[in-house]
Design a protein around this ligand. Structure first.
Ligand SMILES: [Zn+2]
Length: 294
């Protein structure tokens, strides 16, 4: 009896010691803020999971900054990584934005360079231990580029997995929007609301009505027939929606929803043991397709 009591006291104090063991040292989630030794610890803590928030430099109506997508996507990605540890790659804004080349301040790299730079960036991330890379997209103009980039990882073997997290601002219980959500596509109510949370100092709501963000519907084509000039045909001011309708209330909800979605994705990616294994199986089989069982 006495002995077992002593044993349970020992077990208890050991578990208390365990509970009291010093908390893990604080590690920044910013790649560029870590020392080389801290980076090594960060990769271990992140289980090789890294985020690549992807913005752009483009006009955002008359009331938002050129780097709006970069600022917003970094705000949500950094907040998510602080909740569920992951290393966040520095500022990246080298995406698809040809449709805004007629507006001041747009930085539109060539098609080949966009893909090459992104490939070399993820290759370099992986060489440094980021074996699971979540590209967190913050720019609608990348919506075709990024899934294509992920698909093209099957072209040649890679020892890492690329995941793409799309923009995820809305969710259940969302405050009622004041404007038509079908045309609230760029610098409108929803996006401007998130900017009011991420960088309120750069939002000039009073300027939002200076231009029209209305759909000018200048092309009459069937819905499933695509052409690249569609965006300019509809929104020549590179503005779609009504930024003036934005509110902090909607912004808080949408930023929180987006952050929570990224947190869930980081957790899912950390738990994912299948993708890399299946990729390797695929690469191996694709070397000799005639031996693939039919
Ligand atoms: Zn934007």
């Amino acid at each position: 009896m006495y002995k077992s009591l002593l044993l349970s006291i020992n077990v208890l104090s050991a578990s208390m010691l365990w509970a009291q063991s010093p908390p893990q040292p604080k590690l920044s989630v910013h790649w560029e803020e870590l020392s080389a030794a801290e980076f090594k610890d960060g990769i271990a803590r992140a289980q090789g999971t890294c985020l690549l928030p992807f913005g752009i430099m483009e006009k955002h109506g008359p009331h938002l900054p050129l780097g709006n997508d970069l600022l917003n996507v970094r705000y949500v990605a950094l907040n998510a990584a602080q909740q569920e540890y992951a290393i966040v790659f520095p500022e990246y804004y080298f995406g698809q934005i040809f449709e805004a080349k007629h507006e001041p301040g747009t930085v539109a790299y060539s098609r080949g360079l966009q893909l090459q730079l992104l490939q070399e960036t993820t290759d370099e991330m992986a060489r440094n231990g980021c074996k699971k890379i979540i590209i967190v997209n913050g720019h609608g103009g990348n919506n075709s580029l990024l899934p294509f980039f992920a698909q093209s990882q099957l072209e040649t073997p890679h020892d890492y997995v690329v995941y793409v997290q799309s923009i995820a601002r809305s969710g259940a219980g969302e405050p009622k929007h004041k404007t038509n959500r079908a045309t609230d596509m760029h610098a409108g109510e929803s996006e401007t609301s998130v900017s009011m949370i991420a960088r309120p100092d750069l939002v000039h709501l009073d300027r939002a009505p200076q231009e029209s963000g209305a759909d000018q519907a200048r092309l009459k084509l069937p819905e499933d027939l695509y052409t690249g000039i569609w965006w300019y045909a509809r929104f020549p001011n590179h503005y779609a929606g009504e930024g003036a309708a934005a509110s902090r209330e909607l912004g808080e909800f949408e930023a929180k929803t987006w952050i929570a979605t990224i947190v869930q994705s980081i957790k899912a990616v950390k738990a994912d043991q299948e993708s890399l294994q299946l990729q390797n199986q695929f690469y191996e089989q694709s070397k000799h397709p005639l031996q693939t069982p039919q």
